[in-house]
Design a protein around this ligand. Structure first.
Ligand SMILES: O=C(O)c1cc(=O)[nH]c(=O)n1[C@@H]1O[C@H](COP(=O)(O)O)[C@@H](O)[C@H]1O
Length: 235
């Protein structure tokens, strides 16, 4: 896979105009992420626009609810013909299983192949201290992320979202066919912002990530095209 196809750039903007402007500014980007801000602000039309432009789509709505409710949301999301969809592993085994089945039903109803359903293990904005003191989880952070990935794998999901610091261990345990997507990726020359468990793009790929989600180091750079190309070269 060419390096530019391994980078997913989030459209973390509040309007469709801003989203389209970013897509037009970065024609080299083949895989875009539509997340909560854009989807809640503008609805599903952006998905049609991206599909018309032959872009791949990561619909990152991070579902987290009871099995019946996530199944309903996943059935609806399955109809959009997107490539990737997220749910929190902490929704639990039954919700993950219901989500997986519902995504396939939604996709079949609209003639698309089902999106790959991937589970959030532990948000990359959290650190060990947050896990222990706020979330009251007694496991070490890498062990917790691994257990969430294994839960997702046992429930039949296609992969997981993890920080690059955990990806090597998840790759080793979950095998080569389990899709691993890493946000929290920062080139040496970019600011960390709210990301806590970072590695560089080259390190993340070397550790076993299939895709990297990289936003602000590209989209907030003075020259986004140069930043994107520099990251592709570094990988
Ligand atoms: O699911 C995600 O994509 C995600 C999971 C996670 O644990 N951490 C995380 O940062 N993300 C997303 O990845 C993107 C990271 O953006 P930057 O921090 O600007 O590179 C954002 O759109 C987040 O919503």
């Amino acid at each position: 896979m060419a390096n530019n196809n391994k980078i997913i750039v989030p459209l973390d903007v509040p309007t469709q105009e801003q989203a389209i402007a970013l897509v037009e500014k970065l024609p080299q980007v083949t895989f875009w992420k539509v997340g909560l801000e854009l989807f809640v602000s503008t609805g599903s039309e952006i998905l049609t626009i991206l599909k018309e432009r032959q872009k791949r789509i990561f619909l990152d709505l991070k579902f987290h609810d009871i099995p019946n409710t996530v199944a309903g949301a996943c059935r609806a999301a399955g109809r959009y013909g997107v490539d990737l969809l997220t749910i929190h592993a902490t929704a639990g085994r039954k919700a993950l299983q219901a989500a997986k089945a519902a995504v396939a039903e939604g996709a079949a109803a609209s003639g698309y192949s089902p999106p790959k359903l991937i589970a959030i293990t532990l948000l990359t904005s959290l650190n060990s201290r947050d896990l222990a003191f706020d979330l009251k989880i007694p496991l070490e952070l890498p062990e917790y992320a691994l257990q969430m990935a294994l839960l997702a794998q046992e429930a039949g999901l296609d992969g997981a979202v993890c920080s690059p610091q955990e990806v090597a261990q998840l790759r080793q345990t979950c095998g080569d066919r389990f899709l691993l997507v890493c946000p929290g990726v920062r080139p040496k020359w970019a600011e960390a912002g709210d990301q806590q468990r970072n590695l560089t793009p080259a390190e993340a790929i070397k550790a076993g990530a299939d895709y990297l989600v990289i936003g602000r180091p590209i989209t907030a750079a003075p020259d986004p095209v140069a930043a994107f190309e520099r990251i592709c070269d570094e990988i």
